[in-house]
Write a protein that binds this ligand. Structure first.
Ligand SMILES: Cc1cc2nc3c(=O)[nH]c(=O)nc-3n(C[C@H](O)[C@H](O)[C@H](O)COP(=O)(O)OP(=O)(O)OC[C@H]3O[C@@H](n4cnc5c(N)ncnc54)[C@H](O)[C@@H]3O)c2cc1C
Length: 305
């Protein structure tokens, strides 16, 4: 089922069908703050008010023209100005997909764009985390991260536990000041590069969190999985990590009570908050993760009202 949904996430025919279905809006609203900068600002204010930190993602990926990539950069620059003006930094930072900034067709353009966003984030008193996309982009993304961190040392990376290479990447990145978000991984990847069973991915996640929590960097444990969260808490105690030395991260709309519960226990918890009109790929990855969400989805597709 997961493979079918992830394949559909690349189909423009299914995309049109989903976008025009009457109840789609209800499904989207659960996972996405809205379409405008104001929507992102409103949701950020609410989350920060309830004791959560936030990372904001302007939705969109795989741009194909320089003009599209520049428009994405400009959107982030506006967002950062607005966040600073509303006194929401440093509680809110931003997450960026390099493919939205041109990585797939012009790496130099993507680098110039992300560098401009890092410069604006620093001026706004916050920072940037580079999302990780499919495995063909991992080397390029880690290479840009290394270059950015020379001038913007707090720039964060994402590592995906499903990739066989990730334990080694964790060792490389578990250095002083290095912010690393560890997630399971959301793309359809071949056996040659990625563990295929949930059990193997979970085991890899635990090995990776041990490396990060025992290292000198700042680990960001991004998962909704109750077992992995409990292991993360246990290992953080074992490695003597105080609440300001690591954090948990979860997606907007997923296990919100757990997010506030952990924050209430004194943990730093950051909500990943997407906004924008280009929500299709993001929504499909969320549906692929949890077949129960397909009930809402099926209603949206089948409704004739
Ligand atoms: C902050 C953050 C940033 C991320 N950034 C990236 C990235 O840059 N690149 C990337 O490849 N992936 C990213 N991901 C996605 C990640 O890789 C996983 O696909 C996603 O988090 C689901 O895995 P899980 O660890 O929650 O465990 P799962 O095994 O998928 O889920 C565990 C439990 O969490 C709950 N749950 C999980 N997903 C859902 C859902 N969609 N709806 C409702 N309940 C759910 C359920 O209770 C489920 O039993 C990110 C995730 C987070 C939280």
């Amino acid at each position: 089922m997961r493979s079918v949904i992830l394949a559909a996430s690349r189909s423009s025919r299914v995309e049109r069908l989903v976008e025009t279905a009457p109840y789609t809006r209800d499904v989207v609203r659960r996972f996405v703050a809205g379409t405008t900068t104001d929507d992102a600002l409103r949701a950020t204010r609410e989350l920060v008010g309830s004791g959560l930190a936030v990372t904001i993602d302007h939705l969109g990926e795989d741009t194909v023209t320089p003009e599209q990539a520049t428009a994405v950069r400009e959107e982030y620059l506006t967002l950062l100005t607005v966040l600073a003006g509303a006194d929401l930094t440093p509680a809110a930072e931003v997450s960026v997909k390099l493919s939205a900034l041109g990585q797939k067709f012009d790496e130099k353009l993507a680098y110039d764009n992300v560098r401009a966003i890092c410069t604006a984030a620093a001026a706004a008193g916050t920072t940037v985390t580079l999302d990780m996309e499919d495995h063909t982009t991992t080397d390029s993304t880690l290479d840009m991260l290394a270059r950015l961190r020379k001038d913007f040392p707090s720039t964060g990376a994402v590592l995906q536990a499903y990739l066989r290479r990730t334990e080694s990447d964790c060792r490389e990145l578990a250095t002083a000041g290095s912010r690393v978000r560890l997630c399971k991984g959301a793309y359809k990847e071949p056996e040659s590069v990625a563990y295929q069973s949930a059990r193997d991915v979970d085991k890899s996640y635990v090995r990776c969190l041990n490396i990060l929590l025992s290292g000198a960097g700042y680990p960001m444990l991004a998962t909704h999985d109750p077992r992995l969260i409990a292991i993360g808490q246990d290992r953080a105690r074992w490695f003597d990590r105080s609440p300001d030395e690591f954090e948990f991260q979860m997606l907007y709309g997923i296990r919100p009570e757990e997010q506030t519960r952990l924050a209430g226990e004194g943990h730093t918890v950051r909500t990943y908050l997407p906004y924008g009109s280009d929500w299709y790929g993001y929504l499909m990855r969320r549906l692929a993760e949890r077949p129960a969400n397909l009930v809402f989805f099926a209603r949206a597709l089948l409704s004739r009202s």
